[in-house]
Design a protein around this ligand. Structure first.
Ligand SMILES: C[S@@+](CC[C@H](N)C(=O)[O-])C[C@H]1O[C@@H](n2cnc3c(N)ncnc32)[C@H](O)[C@@H]1O
Length: 262
């Protein structure tokens, strides 16, 4: 017995096929994986978009950005990859934590133009020091005039070499347990090594901040080729089980873990 011949024309079949594909994407059903339709919107950032009236209200009622810090942020945003700078509310929170614990010594891994370094320097007393680590000499030199304008340049100790080398030098120099704050915001390849060394360098009661711990949602299901997200995911598991720290994971920026050394 012969099968009934389909009465549908080729263009109509193509139109139906693409409509079905579109619907599958829209509902998040594709190739056997189910994602809710809001996944990409909701999980890239857990917060409202920066230009939403409510977020603008929150920023306008909370930010107290030093004029030089503001100039540095605006200058940085004009640069390629300027948005890799931490957000102003993250920087202000870290600066406030530094003030709260009366920090004198801070570590900053990943200087870029120095937005985080300058925010920390402004929170430290006159004899305070931020050791900031960078491999690329260009961005810090762009930011340096604004460190100077803020009269904080003397507190910012830029180490131009891989951050792991600087951390090992600090440990070898007997500086374990002497830092009050550490901020991990450099290459993800070394995130776990940075976490372990920074924890050694911090004093009990010190604060360790790890940036970008949500990897724009990729931590949920890192693709096999996305080693960075896989590494961050592993570090998040490690921190969760780490009895040496109390923790919080805040949905600020691309996710900010705070680990308080016990
Ligand atoms: C996310 S940006 C840092 C942003 C900065 N904390 C801020 O708030 O503006 C990361 C920086 O880490 C630097 N970096 C990458 N690998 C590094 C390494 N092995 N050691 C030190 N810095 C590194 C990059 O050159 C880049 O400038």
């Amino acid at each position: 017995m012969t099968q009934p011949v389909s009465r549908i024309s080729v263009p109509a079949a193509l139109a139906l096929g693409s409509a079905a594909l579109g619907a599958a994407f829209a509902s998040g059903l594709f190739l056997g994986r189910w994602f809710p339709p809001w996944r990409s919107r909701r999980e890239k950032s857990l917060l409202p978009p920066e230009d939403s009236p409510l977020w603008q209200y929150l920023l306008s009622r909370s930010m107290r950005e030093h004029p030089a810090l503001r100039s540095l942020r605006l200058l940085t945003l004009e640069q390629p990859q300027g948005d890799s700078m931490m957000t102003r509310e993250q920087a202000q929170l870290l600066a406030n934590l530094a003030r709260l614990i009366k920090a004198k010594k801070a570590l900053d891994l990943g200087t870029f133009t120095g937005y985080s370094a300058l925010a920390l320097a402004l929170a430290l007393p006159p004899a305070g020091c931020v050791v900031t680590c960078e491999v690329d000499a260009g961005p810090p030199e762009l930011g340096r005039p604004l460190w100077r304008q803020a009269e904080e340049e003397h507190k910012i100790d830029l180490r131009l070499k891989p951050a792991l080398e600087t951390l090992d030098e600090l440990l070898a120099a007997g500086e374990a347990g002497t830092f009050d704050v550490a901020v991990v915001d450099a290459d993800k390849e070394n995130y776990t090594a940075y976490y372990e060394r920074c924890l050694q360098l911090l004093r009990p009661g010190g604060v360790l901040a790890v940036l970008s711990v949500l990897c724009q949602g990729e931590v949920l299901q890192p693709k096999p080729q996305d080693k960075a997200a896989q590494r961050v995911r592993n570090l998040n598991e490690r921190i969760l089980r780490d009895a040496r720290v109390h923790i919080s994971l805040l949905p600020l920026g691309d996710g900010l873990t705070l680990a308080f050394k016990i």
